[in-house]
Design a binder for this molecule. Structure first.
Ligand code: PEP
Ligand code: MN
Length: 351
């Protein structure tokens, strides 16, 4: 259940309610809103006396949370979660654009792509250094070397980096280089990994599992949030259906549903959702109109030569045109795509 304190509740009243929750072997998850303090009661499933909570001094109302996810729910936090990412505030009016290759292949490839996507208007650089491949014989990523190239590209362009982390033991390494940790679709329900990224307190991009229900996806976000890590973004990347023409079926409904059920920002991944570059622009434009908080798009200077996901990668020129189109659509739904700030020139020290 969720306990909403009166706007006028005193510190003593708030503390008394928190102590009451803890005395009943529950965790009090506190959210300080602009007007009210909201206390999310996280227990082990045993019922708590709601009437008793309602009668406590300073309590305005008590709302039962019938959904299995609590902290991720809009009931727990009615206002959108917002946090700064590079030149944007994700979850607010800004529409965030993340772009880059599927995999980091070499220093020159990631630097060239990073400059091209920045020039086109991207805010965040994507690129995989640890790749979850269906075949063990496919390219598995450059590992730490790839992370080093991403960091260099980030320093040159000023763009924060999002990259996938595949196992708990690698979380400390990846957090040294990356600004946002991506949990891939194949790892959505890797609970040890969810705990590890939750503990890291780093921003997380949580992809929806390829055959997962929206509720299961939100339950996974709940694992990360349960560590007090509030900077979680949900990512709809298409689900597996009977349709084989596209790689996945883009569940555009999921954007509106997730925004309705949860306060967390929702990012769309039109590249993996369609699997073919010629449909990426349509799905991206639709994502803006559907109310997503951003997109993550695969871009490669030479898609035909890409080591992974070349079939769904846009060339930089097409990506630049798409950003212009998304900008126009964003305005019509009261969103804005912030202009990217130029990277300041290095400070030249006097000789
Ligand atoms: C990726 O972002 O390159 C990736 C592997 O995505 P997903 O986990 O959605 O398949
Ligand atoms: Mn990919």
């Amino acid at each position: 259940m969720i306990i909403i304190m009166k706007g006028s509740a005193s510190l003593r009243e708030k503390t008394a309610v928190i102590s009451w929750v803890e005395e009943h072997d529950c965790k009090a998850n506190i959210f300080e809103g602009v007007e009210h303090m909201v206390i999310g009661v996280i227990g082990d499933g045993r019922p708590l006396n709601r009437e008793q909570a309602r009668m406590m001094s300073g309590v305005e109302r008590v709302v039962p949370v019938l959904k299995p996810f609590k902290v991720a729910s809009r009931e727990f936090k009615p206002t959108n979660t917002q946090f700064p990412l590079g030149d944007c505030i994700v979850g607010g009016d800004d529409f965030v654009i993340m772009a880059g290759p599927c995999s980091v292949e070499s220093r020159s490839q990631i630097l060239e792509t990073a400059h091209a996507v920045k020039e086109a208007g991207a805010h965040i650089l994507r690129g995989g250094a640890f790749k979850p491949r269906s075949s063990p014989y496919s390219f598995q990523g450059l590992g730490e070397e790839g992370l080093q190239y991403l960091k260099e590209a980030s320093e040159q362009t000023g763009m924060p980096v999002v990259t996938e982390v595949m196992e708990p033991a690698l979380v400390p390494l990846v957090t040294q280089y990356a600004d946002i940790l991506q949990i891939g679709a194949r790892n959505m329900q890797n609970y040890a990994l969810l705990h590890a990224v939750g503990r890291s307190q780093h921003p997380v991009l949580l992809k929806r599992g390829m055959s997962s229900l929206i509720e299961e996806w939100l339950m996974c976000a709940e694992y990360i949030l349960s560590h007090g890590n509030t900077r979680v973004m949900l990512c709809e990347r298409g689900i597996r259906t009977f349709e084989k023409y596209t790689r996945n079926t883009f569940d555009i409904n999921a954007i509106a549903v997730a925004k309705h059920l949860s306060h967390l920002p929702v990012i769309a991944d039109p590249s993996h959702a369609t699997g073919k570059w010629e449909y990426v622009a349509s799905a991206s434009r639709a994502s803006v109109a559907a109310g997503a908080d951003g997109v993550i798009i695969e871009v490669h200077p030479k898609p035909d030569e890409a080591w992974s996901d070349g079939r769904q990668s846009l060339k930089p020129e097409r990506f630049a045109k798409l950003v212009t189109q998304m900008r126009a659509i964003a305005e019509s739904v009261d969103r804005r795509i912030p202009e990217v700030s130029p990277k300041p020139d290095p400070i030249l020290l006097p000789a």
